[in-house]
Design a protein around this ligand. Structure first.
Ligand SMILES: [Zn+2]
Length: 398
């Protein structure tokens, strides 16, 4: 369901000023009104509020609501009406101007806030929540900080919320999808994460700032291991340090640990500085099943090997889909999944996917991949993809 509603703050404000101008039709009053609007203008330019859009999306990436918001001092604020759109359509609100108190009434709760104060109280239950940013007034209208939604939504509705500040996206999903997976044995799925390259001779590609692919993917792999373990998913890394590993050694790690899913991490580079974005490659060995027309394909060892790997194609695609859904949350343009015979994975007898995190030859991608916060976000998205994949396996086994 998509509902669109635009904030009327600006219109309300302009109307107020206009009414003031019309009702007092004397010269001093006109000058007064002009003076007043100049002061307001000066104030407005002092603490600049810029309009922006916040998109609320569901667990599958579908837009639930798009809300016109204001950003001021690097914080995003939403109009009170947004509560109607995303929490409860029956919400009513009262704002007491002199006392600057705002009361929101949903079906079964009352939420009390005060402008400039971080404390929110919820009745019944006398629960209080301290927001990291208090609500403020913009153009005389009470505005709720984004924290109101990230911190209160999980309390009011049984949901979890993740916020992508660079894209102003808020994802609301049923509780449990971000926390530990249910103990039904399926979380014992053995996942191998392979940070590409390593060692002094194999640095992978490099960005103009000197940052190296081998370091980015290792940092991410370690972050991913930490995040996944926190959610009950064990990972095996093919390398823990900046060391050289052959393809054979990487596959050995997978085999020794009886891996059931192989995720290889890389970065891209291109001659074109415009080429950018995440790519997901699915290991599809059948894509390369080409034999010279003169020779009849025989069931050689090589061909058997290819056929054996093709058995994992569906699972590889399922995991790639899960990755795509979760990573799309972090990007402006939808991520592509590309089927390719992936030679480095030709001996991995398990579902296998290569994730190319971005182009180090592109300024935007380079900046993102050099940012520690972005790496944490990517690690969280991949962890959620693991959870999504694990629960899809669990549901087909029922
Ligand atoms: Zn690479």
């Amino acid at each position: 369901m998509t509902t669109k509603k635009k904030t009327t703050n600006n219109t309300v404000y302009t109307q107020e000023v206009r009414e003031r101008c019309v009702s007092r039709d004397t010269l001093p009053a006109k000058i007064g009104a002009l003076f007043l609007s100049l002061i307001v203008f000066a104030n407005a330019s002092y603490s600049i509020a810029q309009s922006t859009t916040v998109r609320f999306i569901d667990a599958n990436g579908k837009t639930v609501a798009e809300v016109q918001a204001q950003s001021q001092n690097k914080q995003v604020y939403l109009p009170v009406n947004a509560v109607k759109q995303v929490i409860d359509p029956a919400t009513t609100h009262q704002y007491n101007h002199p006392r600057q108190r705002l009361t929101l009434k949903t079906k079964d709760r009352q939420i009390r806030l005060q402008i400039g104060r971080p404390t929110v109280s919820i009745e019944p239950g006398a629960e209080t929540v301290t927001l990291s940013t208090p609500p403020i007034l913009i153009a005389q209208q009470p505005m709720l900080p984004i924290d109101f939604f990230t911190q209160l939504l999980p309390i009011l509705n049984d949901v979890e919320v993740i916020y992508n500040s660079s894209l102003n996206r808020l994802q609301i999903r049923p509780k449990g999808t971000l926390t530990a997976v249910e103990t039904n044995g399926s979380q014992d799925l053995v996942i191998i994460v392979d940070p590409g390259h390593g060692g002094p001779d194999d640095r992978g590609c490099a960005g103009s700032t000197g940052i190296l692919e081998k370091d980015i993917v290792l940092t991410l792999a370690k972050q991913l291991q930490w995040t996944s373990e926190k959610h009950g998913i064990q990972l095996h890394l093919t390398r823990q340090t900046d060391t050289k590993k052959t393809h054979f050694q990487r596959i050995q790690v997978a085999k020794q640990n009886r891996g059931q899913l192989f995720l290889s991490l890389h970065c891209n580079t291109s001659f074109s500085p415009y080429q950018k974005g995440i790519r997901i490659y699915v290991n599809n060995p059948k894509g390369q099943l080409r034999f010279p027309s003169t020779t009849k394909p025989a069931l050689t060892g090589q061909r058997l090997k290819i056929l054996a790997q093709a058995d994992y194609l569906k699972q590889s695609k399922d995991f790639a889909d899960a990755l795509q859904t979760e990573l799309n949350f972090l990007t402006e343009t939808p991520i592509q999944i590309i089927d390719l015979p992936l030679l480095p994975l030709s001996d991995a007898y398990m579902p296998a996917v290569v994730l190319e995190l971005g182009y180090l030859s592109n300024v935007e991608d380079l900046e993102k991949l050099s940012n520690a916060e972005y790496i944490v976000n990517i690690a969280q998205a991949i962890t959620r993809a693991f959870q999504r994949y694990i629960s899809s396996i669990a549901s087909t086994q029922l």
